[in-house]
Design a protein around this ligand. Structure first.
Ligand code: NAD
Ligand code: UD1
Length: 347
């Protein structure tokens, strides 16, 4: 079975993808600096697999380290080879994702997200490993008048984080064009991943002050925060709040496995795919659904619009459906129920 290197594998989306791959029998090698996750996630992975008697400690390898450190990356590739677990391909999640921080500390974001990716690609090439699936974001899109966003829509990010994602997509395109017979590259543009594994054993790290809506709702639900501020009720939408394309993280994890399989079955590939449900919900609809399925009241207040926000964002999902015959299975209700199930354990 293939051994897959997962950078950022103890993070939110990475950990769910690890489960999806391990359930199908893949070997995984995780690299993570633990800047936004912890080793406890590895226990969560073990506990989930033990629920179905699927845990095999020889199938999970963990290396703590930073993707900006090339000698560390080289050691991971060499050590894996020595253990007869040569790395066959990479899913690259590791990176920083806070939009506000990216604006105040742009060099850090270019360093981690772009230089870190270049390091990884260099070491992959040196080790003759040329299959990579990259975590991109819907934030790369710029033409907010023409919705839904298609993969061919204008790329024009509005913040540093978005620029770094678009830059790595371009680097992948360049290395593919330079040697298309050797590389298999894919970029997945995620819309709004929320929720958690239904076991409640892994989920999103909600330490500190979350910027995204779902962990914030959970912090209000658990009493860590007393109020959610809704950024604007004067948007040109049905109820005046913004619409987003929420997708369950378990569906998102599954799509990594399916896309990787697609890449591995080809001699050469260069793919960019939207990953969303293609159906947006408003902030108020999200809150009401959360309240209904979890039987909890969310205290909220309307405040002014957030700089850089757009009224509506959702994916055209026809490309991923036509290519992979994949559709997300889980509902907004599932996202709210499972997400809260995990957050309750973090209090
Ligand atoms: P996360 O912060 O939970 O996971 C990222 C992981 O990468 C963390 O475990 C962190 O410790 C690790 N990491 C960060 N910098 C590192 C470095 N220099 N070296 C090694 N490890 C490092 O985030 P996530 O939500 O799981 O996101 C995963 C990827 O998906 C990121 O690249 C993010 O930009 C992208 N993405 C996320 C969302 C979202 O809403 N969560 C949306 C679009 C794209
Ligand atoms: C944000 C980022 C985007 C990034 C994405 C996923 C901005 C401008 N955009 O997108 O680059 O790819 O997260 O990480 O930061 N909201 C509130 N109150 C809150 C938090 C959010 O009302 O406390 C609203 C927002 O205005 C938005 C919706 O909830 O309308 C969703 O917000 P969020 O979860 O931050 O996602 P995006 O805005 O899609």
């Amino acid at each position: 079975m293939k051994n897959i290197l997962i950078t950022g594998g103890t993070g939110f989306i990475g950990s769910h993808t690890c489960i999806s791959l391990l359930e199908d029998g893949y070997d995984i090698t995780i690299i993570d600096s633990l800047i936004n996750s912890s080793k406890k996630v590895l226990e969560g992975l073990r506990d989930i697999l033990e629920l179905t008697n699927n845990f095999d400690e020889n199938k999970i390898h963990f290396y703590e380290g930073d993707i900006r450190n090339t000698s560390f990356l080289q050691d991971v590739f060499l050590d894996s080879k020595k253990k007869k677990k040569t790395i066959d391909c990479v899913i690259h999640f590791a990176g920083l994702k806070a939009v506000r921080e990216s604006k105040s500390n742009p060099l850090l974001y270019w360093d981690v997200n772009v230089k870190g990716s270049i390091n990884l690609l260099n070491i992959m090439q040196e080790n003759d490993c040329r299959t990579i699936l990259f975590s991109s974001s819907a934030t790369v899109y710029g033409d907010i008048e023409n919705l839904p966003f298609k993969e061919s829509s204008l790329i024009n990010p509005s913040n540093t984080y978005g620029y770094t994602k678009a830059a790595v997509e371009n680097i992948l395109k360049n290395i593919f064009d330079a040697d298309s017979s050797k590389w298999r590259v894919g970029s997945l543009r995620y819309f709004n991943p929320i929720g958690s594994h239904p076991s409640g054993l892994i989920g999103e790290n909600s330490r500190g002050k979350p910027e995204n809506i779902f962990p914030y709702i959970c912090q209000v639900a658990s009493g860590i925060k007393d109020k959610l501020y809704i950024f604007g009720n004067d948007w040109p939408t049905f109820d005046g709040t913004c619409y987003r394309d929420y997708i369950h993280v378990v569906d998102l994890a599954e799509v990594h496995k399916i896309t990787l399989k697609y890449l591995l079955e080809r001699d050469s590939a260069n793919l960019t795919l939207n990953v969303g449900k293609g159906k947006p919900f408003s902030v108020l609809e999200l809150i009401k659904t959360f309240e209904r399925v979890n039987n909890i009241k969310i205290n909220y207040e309307f405040s002014s619009r957030r700089d850089g926000d757009i009224a509506i964002s959702f994916a055209d999902t026809s490309k991923i459906y036509n290519l992979l015959k994949w559709k997300p299975l889980k509902s907004l209700e599932d996202m709210c129920k499972d997400g809260w199930n995990w957050q309750k354990t973090c209090v």
